[in-house]
Design a protein around this ligand. Structure first.
Ligand SMILES: [Fe+2]
Ligand SMILES: [Fe+2]
Length: 199
């Protein structure tokens, strides 16, 4: 039987690629094992990781800058707060500074897990941060500036979480935890402002 080039081509087109998933969409064990051996330098970032890592790392670096600017602003407020009401408010500033620091650490660690580099260049921190470094004119003004900064952080984290969606559930879960704390911080300052006596 004559085996023409045309026949060979027809066979090649009609040949189905080996199925990598079953009818429920689960990947075969062979494919899982094969994929795991490819791109080992990416560590935890595997075949099913679909989000653009560069974009996400850039967004996380913005959040990292924000957290650091918040640490610095809280510490500045902690050391310079004075007046009759200062002690309990100072304690609040210090507690928040420590918590923002822990957020920064979580974010930096995640950036490294994703194969990125945490950008802690102090020369560009305030420009990259969402929240501002406001010194505040007096104790009440400091509290107000911190409430504003927390509200900025809340909005930017919520946007980032929504953008990530289900494409990176680990990062999303981490950010959801941070967001919940920023909401608590904002609530603390709202309570302080609501009960404020004097200037
Ligand atoms: Fe934070
Ligand atoms: Fe906060």
């Amino acid at each position: 039987m004559k085996h023409s080039a045309k026949t060979a081509k027809k066979h090649a087109v009609s040949a189905k690629p080996a199925a990598t998933t079953d009818e429920q969409g689960f990947t075969s064990v062979q494919t899982l094992r094969k994929r795991a051996r490819e791109g080992l330098d990416k560590g935890p970032v595997t075949f099913t990781y679909t989000i653009d890592r560069k974009q996400l790392v850039a967004k996380l670096n913005d959040a990292l800058a924000t957290e650091w600017v918040c640490v610095l602003r809280y510490m500045r407020h902690y050391f310079s707060a004075e007046g009759m009401l200062a002690e309990p408010v100072k304690a609040e500033f210090l507690e928040h500074a420590k918590e923002e620091q822990s957020h920064a650490d979580l974010i930096a660690e995640r950036i490294v897990q994703l194969g990125g580099e945490p950008d802690l260049n102090p020369a560009t921190l305030t420009a990259r941060s969402h929240a501002e470094y406001k010194e505040g004119k007096n104790l009440r003004d400091m509290v107000k500036e911190n409430l504003i900064a927390e509200r900025i952080a809340i909005d930017s984290y919520r946007e980032l979480i929504n953008w990530i969606g289900d494409r990176d559930t680990t990062t999303k879960r981490m950010l959801e935890g941070i967001l919940a704390m920023e909401e608590e911080h904002a609530d603390d300052f709202r309570d302080l402002l609501n009960g404020w006596i004097g200037d």
